[in-house]
Design a protein around this ligand. Structure first.
Ligand SMILES: [Zn+2]
Length: 105
């Protein structure tokens, strides 16, 4: 996923890889925003990996597997939502900073 900022209309769009860097609101060229994956993304990946290892190696019955699976699913969804919110907040703060700089210029 990529985040782009449109200088023409000020919209922030998310594009998938392979798409051109264009604004989804007005279609003009948009600038790509750099962002780092939040720690929640890595934590979520680590939990999924750990769960996969447990599933392969631990001698668990079906009920225990189901409980672990559902728990891991809930935790990783919560972490990725949290991470997305943080990323969104950071990008919007960066956009606000750029807009202020453009208005001054
Ligand atoms: Zn636009």
């Amino acid at each position: 996923m990529r985040i782009v900022y449109c200088h023409s209309c000020g919209a922030v769009s998310t594009n998938t890889f392979g798409e051109n860097d264009v604004c989804t609101s007005c279609g003009s060229h948009a600038e790509r925003m750099d962002y780092h994956r939040p720690w929640q993304y890595w934590a979520s990946s680590a939990i999924l990996l750990a769960a996969a290892v447990v599933f392969v190696w631990a001698p668990l019955d079906v009920t225990a597997r189901a409980v672990i699976f559902i728990g891991v699913l809930i935790v990783s969804v919560m972490l990725s939502n949290w991470g997305m919110q943080n990323t969104r907040r950071r990008v919007l703060a960066e956009v606000a900073r750029r807009k202020a700089a453009e208005e001054k210029a």
